[in-house]
Design a protein around this ligand. Structure first.
Ligand code: VG1
Ligand code: CO
Length: 540
């Protein structure tokens, strides 16, 4: 049946779908209007398959029931839904590809907190398993401006906990095991025997699932298939509110793991993932591996894993990610691509065979095995490399720095600042960009400054205003951009990096090594003046 609904004018497309507070999604007709706007923007869904799953956060089950009824009324022939409403983002991407589905709805707000007054999100992925490209997210947004009704079938809630095939509203609904297919895919890419041998030999692996979606995946893959000690798999039961924490695998929110890894009884390898399982944090005994470095190191050694034994077609990174991976691509003699923030920009490159491994500084790494970033994939590739090289994480990192130089890197986030102030800061800096080259800031001299535009080499589309970049003589770089995933006010992200080729200078503290770049950020953008903040909320 058709029900009337009002358009909702202020929902600009974000970095990954629509993210709002739960009460916003609970407003009558709101969720339905967004889902209908997605369906209205797709062509040819009649009789097709739709994958639905989420990270298990509060409101997941309710939205899944609504989405199933709406899929039936909109003419889908089949829905595949993860048991309990669960599918990690990479597992959903894989399922879309494996089932040759038309697309999928992924319900998550990723690393944002969950609960009745916390965050929820809805994202649409296309048939390649990847996030909708900008053209489609723009179309969905345009539809939200004019939508006046939605279609919904009337049938009882489905039992999401029972695996099986059901019929309702003229549509087939299959409740599937969310873990097995994904775990099997991982076994095709990595040498599980080698990792099992490593673990059996006393190599201790710790994993923090942060009470989010990777718990069941980690139990199956790490514990059951690889023999990892279950006592070192922490917070493996998904909770609707993630135990009241942010399921964000960084040094602030995964501090317990960090402290363990820096402590006297540290395991050999520590990792964590986020709410929806697409991010990864890697910490060796006594050493945190920055995500930008991790991307470079995984790319350099990927050929040691069976799935990548023929080498890489290319590497891609988001613009704010450090240039460490570029040096690996240059040495391997493969293409290097620099895209805007957000996984949707990697899809075309992966589909066209222009890159094999992709990554973002925000703890996202992945490959052409799916079309999303993949937290456990990165953990397994690290373990495969460690098993083959028989070195510690610390030694692998130091070797890499010795070969390629070290790229010091840090991101400063100013969360929940006033939107108007954030926009004004960016506008003021943007206006000055043209006058910056040659300008002296402390000990640094600006070489070049611009606003990043991306020209997609595959489909020719152009994405503008993707962040302000300031390059200094000698290779340091500063980037400013506003987050597209926050749900309260604005978040300013400042990204700093500096390459240090001299191995005798690889032991500096990151913030010391970056001090001139950090000072330049304040001098150029006047962050204090605009935001009223003395310090960032999160430093990663
Ligand atoms: C952030 C990260 C970005 C990532 C995005 C979605 O976006 O910076 O790299 O792709 O989150 O990740 P933003 O616009 O807030 O900077 V996930 O794991 O939250 O889906
Ligand atoms: Co995520």
């Amino acid at each position: 049946m058709n029900r009337t609904v009002s358009p909702f004018p202020d929902q600009k497309p974000g970095t990954s779908g629509l993210r709002k507070k739960v009460p916003v999604f609970q407003a009558p007709g709101y969720t339905e209007a967004f889902i209908q706007s997605i369906f209205d923007s797709l062509e040819g869904i009649e009789g097709e398959t739709l994958v639905i799953g989420g990270d298990g956060r509060f409101y997941n089950r309710e939205v899944i029931q609504t989405a199933i009824r709406m899929a039936a009324a909109n003419g889908f022939g089949r829905v595949l839904v993860g048991q309990g409403g669960i599918l990690s983002t990479p597992a959903a991407s894989h399922l879309i590809r494996k089932a040759k589905a038309f697309g999928g709805l992924i319900l998550s707000a990723s690393h944002n907190p969950g609960g009745p007054t916390e965050d929820f999100g809805i994202k649409y992925n296309i048939s390649n398993g990847g996030p909708a490209p900008e053209k489609l997210t723009d179309a969905i947004y345009a539809r939200t401006q004019t939508i006046d009704h939605y279609k919904i079938a009337e049938f009882d809630d489905m039992d999401l906990d029972r695996i099986g095939v059901f019929e309702a509203g003229g549509m087939t609904i299959e409740v599937v095991d969310p873990v097995t297919d994904y775990a099997d895919l991982m076994e095709t890419l990595f040498d599980f025997d080698a990792i099992r041998t490593l673990v059996a030999g006393g190599f201790r692996v710790a994993f923090d699932a942060m009470h989010a979606v990777t718990g069941p995946y980690a139990r199956e893959i790490l514990v059951r298939r690889l023999g990892v000690d279950p006592a070192l798999v922490f917070n493996a039961t998904p909770l609707e509110d993630f135990g009241g924490h942010h399921p964000d695998p960084n040094l602030v929110h995964a501090k317990a793991l960090y402290d363990l890894m820096m402590g006297p009884d540290a395991p050999d390898f520590g990792a964590a993932s986020d709410g929806d399982g697409d991010r990864n944090l890697i910490i060796g005994r006594g050493i945190f591996v920055t995500p930008s470095d991790s991307l470079a190191m995984l790319a350099a050694d990927a050929h040691l894993a069976p799935g990548y034994k023929d080498g890489l077609k290319g590497i891609a990174r988001s613009m704010p990610t450090s240039g460490a991976a570029d040096r690996v691509a240059a040495k391997l003699g493969v293409e290097m691509h620099e895209t805007p923030t957000g996984w949707k920009f990697f899809g075309n490159l992966l589909d066209a065979g222009r890159c094999t491994i992709c990554g973002e500084e925000s703890a996202g790494t992945g490959s052409d095995h799916v079309r999303e970033k993949d937290g456990l994939w990165a953990v397994l590739l690290w373990l495969n490399i460690l098993a083959v090289r028989q070195l510690s994480v610390m030694d692998i990192v130091r070797d890499h720095w010795a070969d390629y130089g070290r790229t010091y890197y840090s991101r400063h986030d100013y969360e929940a600042i006033e939107t108007a102030a954030a926009n004004a800061l960016v506008a003021a800096l943007e206006q000055r960009l043209g006058s910056l080259p040659g300008h002296q800031v402390g000990s640094l001299t600006v070489e070049k400054a611009d606003s990043f535009s991306y020209h997609d080499p595959v489909d020719g589309s152009v994405s503008r205003n993707q962040g302000l970049r300031i390059f200094f003589k000698g290779g340091a770089r500063l980037v400013f951009r506003l987050s597209g995933t926050g749900t309260s006010g604005a978040t300013l992200r400042v990204y700093m990096e500096r390459h240090e080729p001299d191995a005798s200078r690889h032991d500096q503290e990151t913030l010391t090594a970056l001090a001139p770049v950090i000072e330049a950020a304040e001098a150029l953008a006047e962050i204090r003046k605009w935001t009223g903040r003395d310090a960032p909320t999160v430093i990663t």
